[in-house]
Design a protein around this ligand. Structure first.
Ligand SMILES: CC(C)(COP(=O)(O)OP(=O)(O)OC[C@H]1O[C@@H](n2cnc3c(N)ncnc32)[C@H](O)[C@@H]1OP(=O)(O)O)[C@@H](O)C(=O)NCCC(=O)NCCS
Ligand SMILES: CCCCCCCC/C=C\CCCCCCCC(=O)OC[C@H](COP(=O)(O)O)OC(=O)CCCCCCCCCCCCCC
Length: 287
């Protein structure tokens, strides 16, 4: 029995339509290519999520489902000709809870994230993502933690619950401490939630830096070509014995070390490419 009569045919039709449109890309202007590539990126993820939902639903809401999403997303880098190079993966603590903090340039971060995502690790995402159709449902089934960034109090209580879950259910959490996407060739000041979380649970922080995308991707210039990205896992930062008073210094220290590595591994040594002509002017379409 079919769950949604005709839905399979519709999806197949959409897929064939996209395949037919693919060769026309060759003749398009760079900005048309940019829009097509971004639309395909989002559309493809929504399509994959439709396939993932029934598989994940068998387990119910479970962090193990993140493995399924990861496996389904890993090929996307090949479709876009993006070489993702991972360094320092040996720094992941082998079997204990921890908090990953990473810079956030674009929704393309999913590519680097899926490349290194440790087992039983769930990202913290903005609540609005829950309403992103099939992708929202797939994220929910995989245990993604949603926070309402406009309600600090609520977000903090969710984070405190997460601190308990880290310890009792042996999970890891992935946080983007900039709190929003930032593609200006640097890093925004860090929000403190991730650091409070690690200190409350007394677990290490694992910083991860993704090199600048600016040599292959720039929203402002409508430029999206193939390219290379380095994902660097830094040594874990212990938090044992730290208290909430230590959080500001801890956050600054971790940001400083990440920014140093970001500049070092980004192609022009400063963390930017052509987009640097417009520092701060490069935003990202809101999801
Ligand atoms: C929890 C969070 C959403 C709160 O957002 P905010 O109010 O805009 O940001 P701040 O980090 O400045 O937090 C405000 C205050 O609450 C404190 N605070 C934050 N998280 C806390 C926590 N888990 N426990 C106790 N206090 C906390 C901060 O220290 C700060 O107090 P201070 O000014 O006295 O230092 C944010 O800290 C955070 O971690 N965001 C990153 C994750 C995220 O947004 N991901 C999704 C999109 S990428
Ligand atoms: C009411 C909103 C409805 C919007 C509907 C738009 C359709 C979206 C189409 C496709 C979804 C593509 C999913 C991309 C995920 C990337 C998320 C992202 O980068 O969000 C940005 C926010 C910050 O927001 P700002 O606007 O302030 O910049 O970042 C976060 O919230 C952290 C994201 C954490 C990533 C979660 C992991 C997602 C796994 C997706 C798996 C989907 C299923 C694949 C089989």
């Amino acid at each position: 029995m079919e769950l949604w009569p005709g839905a399979g045919n519709l999806l197949l039709l959409l897929f064939l339509l996209l395949l037919l449109l693919l060769p026309t890309l060759w003749f398009c202007s760079p900005s048309a290519k940019y829009f097509f590539k971004m639309a395909f990126y989002n559309g493809w993820i929504l399509f994959l999520a439709v396939l993932a939902i029934p598989v994940c639903a068998v387990r119910g809401r479970n962090v193990e489902n993140m493995k399924i999403l990861r496996l389904m997303l890993l090929h996307i880098k090949y479709l876009y000709g993006i070489r993702v190079e991972v360094r320092g993966a040996h720094h992941f603590p082998p079997s204990q809870p921890y908090v990953v903090v990473s810079n956030h340039q674009s929704s393309l971060d999913l590519l680097g994230m899926m490349e290194v995502l440790p087992g039983r690790c769930v990202p913290i995402a903005k609540r609005e993502l829950l309403w992103a159709g099939s992708a929202g449902l797939a994220c929910w089934l995989a245990g993604v933690i949603f926070i309402d960034r406009k309600r600090t109090g609520d977000a903090i209580s969710v984070m405190s619950e997460v601190a308990q879950t880290l310890l009792t259910q042996d999970v890891r959490v992935w946080v983007f401490p900039e709190g929003t996407r930032n593609h200006n060739g640097s890093m925004l000041p860090f929000k403190r939630g991730a650091f409070h979380l690690a200190v409350q649970a007394q677990v290490p922080i694992v910083p991860i830096v993704m090199s600048s995308y600016q040599d292959f991707y720039c929203k402002k210039e409508r430029r999206f070509t193939s390219g290379r990205c380095q994902v660097r896992v830094l040594p874990p930062v212990p938090t044992e014995g730290l208290t909430p008073d230590d959080v500001p210094a801890l956050a600054d220290r971790v940001r400083h070390s990440m920014l140093t590595v970001f500049r070092e591994i980004s192609t022009d040594g400063r963390g930017g490419g052509d987009c640097l002509k417009n520092p701060g002017g490069v935003g990202e379409a809101r999801l």
